[in-house]
Write a protein that binds this ligand. Structure first.
Ligand code: DX5
Ligand code: ZN
Length: 225
């Protein structure tokens, strides 16, 4: 493991207070958190419904955080422009939800956002083999998407490790993000396996103050007591 590489925490707003999103964003920024993770759900690709581009666009005016937009929606091509216009810095689509994944990723990049691809727990890495050079980040889902507070699926560790090896063998600097059941308890192991960006919903927002929780995550990721 490259011990000097930067680890990023991306709190998932799915576990934030939806009635005060602007204040939550402000609190995250004050806590020194670099990214914020937006879980967009359509009630079709996943069983839950959250928010869409208008909510993100309004919040963009209130925050300078890096907006990491995780689209858990079918056929995301229909809404790419809306989310980029809304101010997404990164747009992550699910490989399982795209009919022409290469084109979708190229379009995100052409619109000026960073393209990323997510894989459900059962989806093999081989599915994204050919498009690795064109993505800024790969999201390894470590729960079945749709809800916060689920249990981490252990085989995700092996998947992250294999992806890290694959990227290194191709000299690619693609980031690895892990999402679902992430906590200070497994942060070190995840980083050791190759994770660069840790998404956390419940294990972050249920433990204020945010600055302290961010610090706890970062220390755990580095296993500093
Ligand atoms: C799951 C979402 C996650 C979720 C993680 O469908 O993609 O981002 O918010 O929540 P926790 O950290 O509670 O598992
Ligand atoms: Zn997510």
């Amino acid at each position: 493991m490259d011990v000097n590489r930067e680890v990023i925490l991306a709190p998932s707003l799915l576990s934030a207070d939806f009635s005060r999103l602007a204040l939550e964003l402000e609190a995250l920024e004050r806590a020194g958190v670099p990214w914020v993770h937006w879980d967009v759900m359509d009630g079709s690709f996943v069983p839950n419904i959250t928010f869409g581009a208008p909510v993100i666009a309004r919040c963009r005016k209130e925050s300078a955080l890096f907006f990491d937009v995780h689209l858990m929606i079918d056929d995301p091509d229909r809404y790419l422009e809306d989310f980029v216009q809304a101010g997404a810095d990164l747009v992550c689509v699910h490989a399982e939800a795209c009919r022409h994944l290469e084109r979708t990723l190229s379009e995100i990049a052409a619109m000026g956002a960073k393209p990323a691809v997510a894989l459900n727990p059962h989806t093999p890495l081989e599915m994204i083999d050919y498009i690795l050079p064109q993505v800024h980040m790969v999201l390894i889902m470590s729960v079945n998407p749709g809800f916060g507070g689920q249990k981490f699926i252990p085989f995700s560790l092996d998947k992250i490790r294999r992806l890290k090896t694959l990227l290194a063998s191709r000299r690619l600097k693609t980031l690895i993000q892990v999402d679902g059941g992430v906590s200070p308890e497994n942060a070190f192991e995840l980083v050791q396996c190759g994770a660069d960006v840790l998404v956390s919903g419940s294990a972050f927002f249920n433990h204020p103050p945010y600055a302290q929780r961010h610090e706890t995550f970062m220390r755990s990721a580095r296993r500093k007591k």
